[in-house]
Design a binder for this molecule. Structure first.
Ligand code: G3P
Ligand code: MG
Length: 239
């Protein structure tokens, strides 16, 4: 009997239940727990360097105050992105995109989610530049809620996988897929139905769901034909 394909494992912001989100500690935990991809969030510093942080401000994850986009890379690098999560993570730094691309080369793939709002075009341009420089296009999955981001990436990086993020509706999926050549739909868990999954499968698209932290839900999604899930806690894959 042929065994079923294993679900593809994404660590959401790295293994963010086990280590401070979007840091190398969380990325390492993800790799050690057998994750295939690390999902992480991209923003720009004031001197236009792509760094990995979820929030617009550094307050929640560093204990300092201010907007990432108003700080230089030098200022961002001085922040402690670990202590808020636990003493043993003290001194953890906010990674740059280039560092993460380099790190991921022989480990997990990187799912880059575009979070930068104000300087969106510039941010996309910087991501394209970094990914091209690291020659790691087949190890990158770029995801965005915005169709125009996906189209720009596709035009510049033909080999990068694209995932369209949706949280309320997937209307417009077919035309976007025709234009951008999507690899996957990335729906919020609450949007996932057997019908949506069947539709994607018919179109040849994978479905990667965010964020799933309960083993029961994992099993339901797998039964529907979902191909991958993002979790904060990769231990969910081996309860
Ligand atoms: O990539 C999916 C997921 O990360 C979107 O939510 O807010 O955690 O970036 P958020
Ligand atoms: Mg994200």
């Amino acid at each position: 009997m042929q065994s079923r394909r294993r679900l593809i494992r994404f660590a959401h912001r790295g293994a963010s239940a086990l280590a401070p989100e979007n840091t190398f500690s969380a990325f390492r935990e993800a790799a050690e727990h057998g994750c295939d991809w690390i999902e992480t969030d991209v923003r720009l510093t004031s001197d236009l360097v792509p760094v990995l942080i979820h929030d617009e401000r550094v307050d929640r994850t560093t204990g300092a105050r201010g907007a990432v986009g108003k700080m230089t890379l030098r200022q961002v690098r001085r922040l402690d992105a670990g202590s808020w999560f636990g003493h043993r993570f003290r001194g953890e730094r906010i990674p740059t995109l280039d560092e993460a691309l380099e790190w991921s080369r022989h480990r997990c793939g990187l799912n880059l989610e575009m979070k930068e709002e104000d300087r969106r075009e510039e941010a996309i341009h910087r991501v394209i530049r970094s990914v091209a420089a690291h020659a790691a296009a087949d190890r990158v999955l770029f995801s965005s809620f915005r169709a125009e981001d996906l189209l720009r990436i596709r035009a510049a990086l033909p080999r990068v996988r694209l995932g369209w993020l949706v949280s309320r509706t997937s209307r417009g999926l077919k035309p976007l897929d025709r234009r951008a050549g999507l690899f996957a739909l990335h729906p919020k868990d609450s949007l996932v139905t057997p019908r949506l999954v069947r539709r994607c499968l018919r179109m040849g698209l994978a479905v990667h769901v965010w964020v799933v932290n309960r083993p029961e839900r994992l099993a339901q999604l797998e039964a529907m034909g979902v191909r991958g899930v993002m979790t904060d806690d990769p231990r969910v894959f081996s309860p």
